[in-house]
Design a protein around this ligand. Structure first.
Ligand SMILES: Cc1cc2nc3c(=O)[nH]c(=O)nc-3n(C[C@H](O)[C@H](O)[C@H](O)COP(=O)(O)O)c2cc1C
Length: 192
């Protein structure tokens, strides 16, 4: 039996930040549609604790639609500054309305306006139209308050496996796999 691997993840994230890794919270998020066809894009991790790994997005985006059909996802981080990769897999659930509201209020106004103006992943006629919506919303928002669109929310990945890869020359890299089995984390080593 091993301890919860999220503690190690948070130590690695801090080490990457301390080592000057650019955007250490950026990670590739893989989802798959209801026929199992994968898609991947970067997102920013906002929180990692024993309840899971949280990122924010739009539920009507491509990833959001895929997560509705197939609530399983995978994240991959790589920090060249520390020579570490972390892979996370698990089941996904939207965060509560209260949690999403709390994070929405913390975001800079320009980010809130941009999120509210964009129907993420929808096709658009021109960028000019998007900018016009953004400007109109900015004008209308005199008091710095803008409601969180209900489709803008967070997802929490409750991990069932976390793998830590550490660069090691001469190419005999180190791989440690943590898997959740019957409520307990089990650790094993994998060949590189
Ligand atoms: C470094 C980086 C961080 C990003 N962070 C986010 C994010 O936290 N949430 C988000 O919705 N999109 C984020 N994006 C944009 C996504 O990569 C993607 O373009 C967008 O979410 C639409 O993806 P989809 O059409 O597959 O849903 C980020 C892009 C980059 C390059």
């Amino acid at each position: 039996m091993a301890g919860h691997p999220v503690d190690r993840f948070n130590r690695y994230l801090k080490a990457a930040r301390d080592a000057g890794a650019p955007l250490p919270e950026a990670c590739a998020l893989a989802t798959a549609d209801n026929r199992g066809r994968p898609s991947v894009r970067y997102v920013l991790l906002k929180k990692a604790d024993e309840s899971g790994f949280v990122f924010y997005t739009n539920t009507k985006s491509r990833k959001g639609r895929e997560l509705t059909d197939n609530p399983h996802a995978s994240l991959a981080f790589y920090w060249d500054a520390t020579g570490r990769q972390v892979r996370i897999e698990g089941r996904v659930k939207a965060v509560t309305k209260e949690e999403a509201d709390e994070y929405w209020r913390e975001r800079p106004l320009a980010s809130r306006l941009a999120s509210a103006a964009s129907n993420q992943s929808e096709r658009m006629e021109s960028r000019t139209m998007l900018m016009a919506v953004f400007k109109q919303m900015t004008r209308a928002c005199k008091d710095g308050e803008i409601a969180r669109p209900p489709e803008w929310t967070g997802y929490r990945i409750s991990p069932t496996s976390i793998e830590f890869w550490t660069r090691n020359e001469p190419r005999l890299h180190n791989r440690e796999l943590f898997e959740l089995r019957s409520g307990e984390w089990r650790k094993s080593l994998l060949q590189p």
